[in-house]
Design a protein around this ligand. Structure first.
Ligand SMILES: Nc1ncnc2c1ncn2[C@@H]1O[C@H](COP(=O)(O)OP(=O)(O)OP(=O)(O)O)[C@@H](O)[C@H]1O
Ligand SMILES: [Mg+2]
Length: 374
């Protein structure tokens, strides 16, 4: 059976662009579309210079090959992207000959060296997020009841204390056990049944629910709030309460980052194709991305690396669990939570979720095929 060359191109982990003798795009695979942030439809027929810039290695090498007919390559070329972090790719261009003789095009191959490594990293990060939740839930269960007893006993001792010293000691027991109880309460987030309660969710309703909740928060005073929702997004199968919590934690972080210097909070939704998420091996998975962006204090590279760690906090009164909790529920949805930040400029958090529509049997009839309005 003859294979469709298009299927072969799609199977490659590298970006592939085929150009004709004039350097116009004849074909490209979805990896190339993602790398260059172009849809296939809008890229077809464009001069390759327009996909990047005319002095970019991709365009430059393509011109050389179309002139000389000799393959060339250049490693480690930066690609600037609007929606994702810039990336570095190896560019290789080889000539295409019609009937084995006259030069009539070129094939450009873009290889992202970090991609495989990032996939492995992601898997181990996800396992870590889930493991943290399980440990926290276990601890919460074990500590909650005896802690209640200790605090009660401390209160009793404080009431009955006959000397100042005894009273101070008893008060210390009460104060410290109350502090631990607050922490344990945070851990209970993980413990209250960690199974997702899935139904078809309108993500814009979730985001608007978060905005309503923070509307009266003094932290939100003077903050410009911008919603850039894609109204054609259909509902997706998810746990609305957990997503609310994830978005609330991220929005609160943003508001806190802008405290004292009110800026702009932007909530954005889009359909995306995220190669790091695959629910079934070999199947491309459409994904939905939610961006929560602020113009707050931002983080330097080292804070950004640590931000996800449980108990990492730079805020007085913070517990450093907001992101760990968000990571946990996003991982439970088989999604990814990415942070990008620039000190003094702002932070962008992106939640990418696998887009699933198939509701469990009992909910199937409630599936609505229409898009949703914000
Ligand atoms: N949008 C943001 N802008 C700047 N820094 C941020 C942002 N989000 C998170 N951080 C940094 O990451 C740290 C950890 O965030 P996380 O939400 O986990 O904990 P927290 O906000 O400190 O405490 P809490 O448990 O109350 O959420 C913060 O203390 C802050 O330093
Ligand atoms: Mg927080």
């Amino acid at each position: 059976m003859a294979r469709d060359p298009q299927d072969v191109m799609e199977a490659l982990l590298a970006g592939v662009i085929v150009v004709d003798a004039h350097g116009q795009v004849e074909e490209l695979n979805s990896v190339a579309c993602r790398m260059l942030e172009y849809s296939r439809e809008s890229a077809l027929g464009l001069p390759v210079e327009q996909l990047v810039t005319s002095d970019h290695a991709i365009a430059r090498l393509a011109r050389m090959v179309l002139q000389d007919g000799v393959a060339v390559s250049e490693p480690n070329q930066a690609i600037e992207r609007r929606n994702e972090a810039d990336s570095k790719v190896d560019v290789a261009v080889s000539p295409l000959f019609a009937e084995g003789r006259h030069l009539d095009g070129a094939v450009i191959v873009l290889r992202d060296r970090g991609a495989t490594r990032r996939l492995e990293q992601l898997e181990s990060e996800r396992e870590r997020h889930l493991a943290f939740g399980r440990i926290a839930a276990g601890l919460a269960h074990e500590i909650r009841n005896p802690l209640g007893g200790i605090r009660g006993a401390g209160e009793l001792l404080a009431r009955r204390a006959e000397s100042d010293k005894a009273k101070q000691t008893a008060d210390l027991i009460v104060r410290e056990s109350t502090r631990i109880a607050k922490l344990v309460e945070e851990f209970m987030v993980f413990a209250r049944g960690d199974e997702l309660d899935l139904s078809l969710v309108n993500i814009h309703r979730v985001l608007d629910g978060v905005l309503e909740l923070i509307a009266h928060d003094p932290l939100a005073e003077g903050i410009a709030i911008e919603r850039s929702y894609d109204p054609s997004l259909p509902e997706l199968l998810a746990d609305a309460d957990r997503l609310h919590q994830v978005c609330l934690n991220l929005v609160r972080n943003s508001l806190q980052a802008m405290e004292g210097d009110p800026g702009r909070l932007t909530l954005k939704t889009r359909m995306t194709l995220e190669h790091r998420i695959a629910l079934e091996a070999g199947k491309r998975q459409p994904t939905l991305a939610i961006w929560i962006e602020d113009t707050g204090c931002g983080m330097d590279a080292s804070a950004l690396r640590e931000a996800h760690l449980p108990f990492f906090t730079t805020r007085p009164g913070g517990t450093g669990l907001g992101l760990a909790v968000a990571d946990y529920w996003v991982a439970k949805h088989q999604g990814i939570l990415d942070l990008e930040s620039s000190k003094g400029v702002g932070t962008s958090a992106r939640v990418t979720l696998p887009f699933r529509r198939n509701a469990p049997e009992r909910n199937a009839s409630t599936a609505s095929p229409e898009g949703m309005t914000p």
